[in-house]
Design a protein around this ligand. Structure first.
Ligand code: HEC
Ligand code: HEC
Ligand code: HEC
Length: 141
């Protein structure tokens, strides 16, 4: 009789252990799934649809949409410039110029044309190199 009780106890212990393991498994899988980006998220943060940065969008097509023209026409009180790319803008706007970055951040990220029509985000202008450094396309790599 003692023997039987012992066997039952061991059997129940094994059952409990087993159910703990199988109970854990789906949870572990779920965690690893949330750590991995899905295709849409990966595209949002990595896919480079604008490899030329500013000039991928700001060019002459049906209209003159170059950065110089947009700056001259839309940045109130701006001196007339003929900067061809972002590097030329930096002749006057030194790297680290907070107002320059903030102004461009607001005008683009708050624009539905930029975010919805173009589907643009941070990586319209920024990109990451293989050493993990984030830079402005056209300024350094
Ligand atoms: C993915 C496309 C895209 C990229 C990349 C892009 N722009 Fe623009 N930009 C736009 C659009 C669209 C507007 C107009 C927004 C509106 O009118 O709602 C705009 C507006 C502007 C304006 C006028 C608004 C203002 O006062 O800032 C300037 C100046 C400008 N962009 C400069 C730049 C510079 C410099 C870069 C690169 C560092 C850049 N853009 C990158 C699409 C882009
Ligand atoms: C000849 C010098 C010069 C060049 C080149 C230049 N800027 Fe400017 N920019 C200025 C001045 C001056 C202001 C006004 C700053 C102030 O209000 O004190 C200004 C202001 C701005 C502002 C408003 C935010 C701020 O920093 O005050 C934006 C946005 C801007 N410039 C974008 C550009 C872009 C984009 C280019 C290149 C296409 C460019 N600028 C090239 C001189 C220049
Ligand atoms: C229209 C182009 C453009 C877009 C879109 C944009 N940035 Fe920037 N960002 C710039 C420029 C230009 C600078 C200034 C670079 C410099 O001074 O050397 C800058 C600077 C920065 C900096 C340096 C700190 C600062 O503010 O000066 C950070 C951080 C940053 N951006 C983050 C972001 C994030 C996050 C997003 C998306 C939410 C974003 N940027 C979208 C153009 C852009």
């Amino acid at each position: 009789m003692r023997h039987f009780a012992l066997r039952i106890t061991i059997f129940i212990a094994i059952l409990i252990l087993f159910s703990m393991f199988t109970g854990c498994m789906p949870r572990a899988q779920e965690e690893s799934r949330t750590e991995d980006l899905d295709q849409q998220e990966r595209q949002l943060v990595m896919e480079d649809r604008w490899p030329e940065g500013c000039n991928s969008c700001h060019k002459v097509d049906d209209k003159d949409r170059t950065i110089a023209t947009y700056t001259n026409q839309r940045v109130v009180g701006h001196p007339i410039v003929d900067s061809k790319d972002i590097e030329d803008c930096m002749d006057c706007h030194r790297p680290g110029d907070d107002r320059f970055a903030r102004s461009l951040h607001l005008s683009h990220m708050n624009s539905r044309v930029y975010t919805e029509v173009f589907g643009g985000g941070c990586i319209g202008c920024h990109q990451m190199n293989d050493r993990g450094h984030v830079f402005i396309k056209g300024l350094e790599d």
